[in-house]
Design a binder for this molecule. Sequence first.
Ligand SMILES: Nc1nc2c(ncn2[C@@H]2O[C@H](COP(=O)(O)OP(=O)(O)OP(=O)(O)O)[C@@H](O)[C@H]2O)c(=O)[nH]1
Ligand SMILES: [Mg+2]
Length: 310
Amino acid sequence: MDLVREVLKGNQRAIARMISLVENEKEKAYPYLRKLYLSSNNSLVIGVTGAPGSGKSTLIDQMIKHFREKKKSVGIIAVDPTSPFTGGAILGDRIRMMRHSLDNGVFIRSMATRGHLGGLAKSTGEVITILEASGKDVIIIETVGVGQDEVEIVKFADLVLVILVPGAGDEIQTFKAGIMEIGDIFVINKADHPETPNFERQLQAILSLGLKEKESQIPVVKTVATTGDGVNILIEKILNFENGDLQSRIEQRRKRFIRWMLEDIMKEIIYNEIRKRISDEEFNEYVEKIYEKQFDPFSLSEELIKKLIK
Ligand SMILES: Nc1nc2c(ncn2[C@@H]2O[C@H](COP(=O)(O)OP(=O)(O)OP(=O)(O)O)[C@@H](O)[C@H]2O)c(=O)[nH]1
Ligand SMILES: [Mg+2]
């Protein structure tokens, strides 16, 4: 199978194979990624973040339905930051969105962060590239917004939805400042909860505090993901965002994403080149020597890189 051609055609199996290649043998994936990158169009990348159990997956499932009705194809990446402990959650996400799995215009993939620094699933950038190349109009990244690290992920999205639930008033007060800052649209999900009006007032008050003069109010949308109530309004806001005067912001974000990807790829290549020159045995010896304080890791890394450059 010509992997590149099939991915570009949107062949589901080819997309899955390409992603596995990226996850398991990144170096082998580079030749494909080069071609895919240049053939990819710009998808709208939406980050969805919020506390565990706030209804992200249920909401995304509803969003998929609406985008499909508008004939937009959708790719979903569910990033799981603490994979060994929430394996069940991944399964839950899959099941929740399963009804779309026979639809050729929907591709769903769960990814574990595998302890990568920054909490970012190690290959999220590449997976976005693959999904863009496959012609997906919209790409949705689901991530649990528990800490600063996880928040990093959605920074690479064009648009970030922060999902909150009513009755979490204390949570709002102590909410990681970062998560409040990155939200482009705030969603109060589980709006069937009686505390909703009260919670909305609190949220609006906090959001308006952070506003600079002349800045327009950040949109707040109420949804009940289990029934789909309010999701049409959310979709409208998202599409307004894309078509509105926020193009320059999206451009800035995309350049930031490229910058990050470039750094990540360069690190990966340098590390791989060094590892090609050192056996596992030798590597373990270095670890031992650093442990015994015969070496420090800083000088050793520098030395290895210098050797490589020569
Ligand atoms: N009452 C009510 N329940 C909801 C709503 N949305 C989601 N739920 C329920 O909340 C639970 C968690 O939903 P998920 O969609 O799995 O939440 P999540 O944020 O994806 O969870 P994690 O991925 O584990 O962080 C499920 O039992 C849903 O049925 C809602 O609007 N109202
Ligand atoms: Mg989920």
